[in-house]
Design a protein around this ligand. Structure first.
Ligand code: G
Ligand code: G
Ligand code: MN
Ligand code: NA
Length: 250
């Protein structure tokens, strides 16, 4: 209850919430091509809280729409003023199902002046399982507007190829639990290879998340994975730091 009120206050007063950004790289060139925004909460007494400590609370107490739209506005403002091509944000399934979701997103992009092609929304497989006409419509509407949709943590949920065909997404993000075992287990290697081939066959982009070692990187590159993200390349950083990192090398 206390935490709920504190979160409400943080949102209303625009106080204590902040975003860090983790860069995403094109495997072929090593260029930084985008970034993922990750929310943090500097709680007045408990210190810096990770999203796992307050996202589900926000979902349960009806605060997730406000929180999600705050994240979108802040990330859109940041990337508009930066040289980075695009920013990805994580969208809670609760927020995604809101009737006003698409309209709210488009309104914020318009107010901020960020072209829709510079925004990517990360959703999770769970959303696709409900065979919902509304979710399908929302996806179609977003993508017709030029916003890209990525399936986060891919491989950990239950989405089937038929769901992928029905719903249509632009990108698969291979879950870090697979990436972390690459090169240690033939079965995992085969699964990752298959995901990359599936993405190619269905004309989707593919990102490997949680890349922590040079061996994983080399292997992903040889498998033809298009994009890489992970501690090996960069941890999530403050917006100031990301701006420095994204400046063209002299
Ligand atoms: O950044 P970190 O590893 O702590 O993220 C933990 C989890 O919180 C991840 O599943 C991530 O997708 C989620 N997360 C991070 N930022 C946001 C956000 O702005 N909104 C939502 N809904 N989830 C987020
Ligand atoms: O669920 P989602 O993929 O949005 O989660 C993103 C989270 O993964 C972020 O909180 C980020 O801190 C974390 N993360 C990013 N790169 C790595 C990595 O290389 N290794 C590990 N273990 N976690 C990572
Ligand atoms: Mn994510
Ligand atoms: Na993920």
């Amino acid at each position: 209850r206390a935490l709920e009120n504190e979160l409400r206050h943080a949102l209303n007063a625009n106080e204590g919430l902040e975003l860090v950004y983790q860069p995403i790289f094109e495997a072929r060139t090593g260029a930084m091509i985008g970034c993922e925004a990750l929310v943090r909460w500097n709680h007045p007494t408990r210190g810096r809280l990770p999203p796992d400590a307050f996202i589900s609370l926000a979902e349960e107490r009806g605060l997730i729409n406000q929180l999600g739209l705050w994240v979108l506005r802040r990330a859109a403002e940041y990337v508009r003023a930066s040289d980075l091509p695009w920013v990805a944000i994580n969208v809670s399934p609760v927020q995604f199902r809101d009737q006003d979701f698409v309209a709210s997103v488009l309104k914020i992009l318009d107010e901020v002046g960020l072209p829709p092609r510079r925004l990517e929304l990360e959703i999770t497989e769970g959303l696709l399982l409900q065979n919902s006409e509304h979710v399908q419509q929302t996806l179609r509407h977003l993508r017709a507007s030029g916003i890209r949709v990525a399936l986060d943590d891919f491989g950990t949920g239950y989405s089937s190829i038929s769901y992928l065909r029905t719903y249509g997404v632009d990108k698969l993000k291979i879950d870090k639990s697979f990436v972390s075992q690459l090169g240690q287990d033939d079965e995992i290697d085969g699964i990752v290879k298959s995901i990359i081939e599936l993405a190619r066959a269905m004309r989707m982009k593919v990102t490997a998340e949680g890349v922590e070692t040079q061996a994983q990187r080399v292997m992903l590159e040889s498998l033809g994975c298009g994009e890489l993200q992970g501690y090996l390349l960069s941890r999530p950083v403050t917006p100031e730091r990301l701006t420095e990192l994204s400046l063209p090398r002299a």
